[in-house]
Write a protein that binds this ligand. Structure first.
Ligand code: SF4
Length: 171
């Protein structure tokens, strides 16, 4: 699968499970509000937690929060500020595990929630891989189509694009 030429990355996979419009906006390089409180809080947690083993690496259009060795197994992690609604994060990690597997690298995924002192393991099973492949095909279609209309969802309240999507809306 050509990830690089399609510019598909882990962030797009993650947001696919929240909002099609956001996937489209990110893919087309439309910047979200970088001063948005939720982005700032996320960055702070990422920077201040796990100082000893924090390593960010970039590969195939993706930036992985932490890569470490735990019990001799390569582990890729994503750091979250809460354990609510982790489906996108889980699929993002599965996407990294799938790429690494295709490069012959065995790894496991870990969702770290430092504020709750939680670590959640993520493993790439055949079923997960099948649903990930389906999602990737749908993301490709989505980003090559028109900008999806804004739909009010629970996530809008915390979304860095909320001003972009809703500033012209009537009260
Ligand atoms: S504000 Fe709502 S509709 Fe707009 S990108 Fe964010 S989640 Fe999607």
């Amino acid at each position: 699968m050509s990830y690089e030429s399609e510019k598909i990355n882990g962030t797009l996979v993650n947001y696919y499970y929240t909002c099609d419009r956001e996937v489209w906006l990110i893919y087309h390089g439309i910047e979200s509000d970088q001063e948005d409180d939720n982005i700032t809080i996320g960055r702070q947690i990422e920077n201040e937690s796990y100082r000893r083993d924090v390593k960010q690496i970039n590969f195939l259009n993706s930036k992985i929060d932490i890569v470490s060795k735990e019990n001799e197994i390569l582990t890729v992690s994503e750091v979250k500020k809460s354990s609510k609604n982790l489906i996108g994060t889980k699929m993002q990690l599965l996407y990294y595990l799938k790429i690494l597997k295709e490069y012959g690298i065995e790894a496991r995924g870990l969702i770290r929630v430092p504020t709750e002192k939680k670590k959640i393991s993520v493993e790439l099973t055949q079923d997960e891989e099948n649903s990930l492949n389906e999602a990737i095909e749908k993301i490709k279609k989505l980003v090559h189509g028109k900008l999806p209309p804004a739909k009010i969802i629970h996530f809008c309240k915390k979304c860095a694009y909320s001003e972009f999507c809703w500033s012209d809306e009537p009260e």
